[in-house]
Write a protein that binds this ligand. Structure first.
Ligand code: DX5
Ligand code: ZN
Length: 220
């Protein structure tokens, strides 16, 4: 059993003071920093690129930076984010030309590799690659925006994936992303997820420590 990790999505942070925001959530108990990279092509929204990642490293952020690529093509961004200080990189199979090659590329750069499944994407895309992945990100909303409502079918999908991982004797982590808050986190935790991305549920609160404690409380 992995230690459950809380990964605040900086998509909901105040970009005008991003360094301070990331410092604050980490001191408030966050484990890793989730970076939602959107290209207005694979998803209908535009966020930030690798320069923001290297800027946070230069600012002194040492926690793991978890880059969720919602871009197409993916390989050039894998290289750029790895060089910019990413620790973990995940991408969507629909956005990649050669899924296996992109996974290998992430690992060649010394980063942990994840594959992201949209709500309507079948677990069967993991056939032949699950053994190579450090984590699988199950989207619990459609990608593109923060602040959406959790899609309940994610709970059963998480349990199904967890049973496959256990049957295969793997230690792959399961990350869930979208609509995670104190009311939705427990069911996916009990189903086997162990990394929880939360944007609005953390950055939308004034007290980040309380917001994170409200989430981790649900693990008890
Ligand atoms: C959606 C992003 C999520 C999003 C989560 O495409 O991948 O990480 O920022 O935001 P909340 O927690 O507000 O749903
Ligand atoms: Zn994300």
């Amino acid at each position: 059993m992995h230690k459950p990790l809380i990964a605040p999505s900086i998509l909901s942070a105040d970009f005008a003071k991003l360094g301070e925001e990331v410092d604050s959530v980490l001191s408030a108990g966050a484990d890793i920093v989730h970076f939602d990279v959107m290209d207005n092509h694979y998803v209908p929204n535009l966020t930030f690129g690798p320069t923001i990642c290297s800027a946070l490293r230069n600012y002194g952020i040492t926690a793991d930076i978890d880059v969720h690529l919602m871009v197409s093509p993916v390989d050039s961004m894998i290289e750029a984010f790895a060089k910019a200080g990413a620790s973990m990189i995940s991408f969507h199979p629909e956005a990649a030309l050669h899924v296996d090659r992109s996974i290998e590329l992430i690992k060649q750069h010394g980063c942990k590799a994840g594959l992201v499944l949209n709500p309507a994407t079948s677990l069967s895309v993991l056939d032949y690659v699950l053994e190579k992945l450090d984590y699988v990100l199950l989207m619990s909303v459609n990608p593109g925006f923060g602040g959406q409502k959790f899609i309940p079918g994610t709970v059963e999908k998480t349990a199904h994936l967890k049973s496959i991982i256990d049957e295969m004797g793997l230690s792959t982590r399961i990350q869930v992303d979208g609509g995670i808050n104190k009311d939705t986190i427990k069911d996916v935790y009990l189903a086997g997820a162990d990394m929880f991305v939360a944007g609005s549920a953390i950055f939308g609160q004034r007290d980040y420590k309380k917001a994170i404690a409200d989430l981790t409380q649900q693990f008890k």
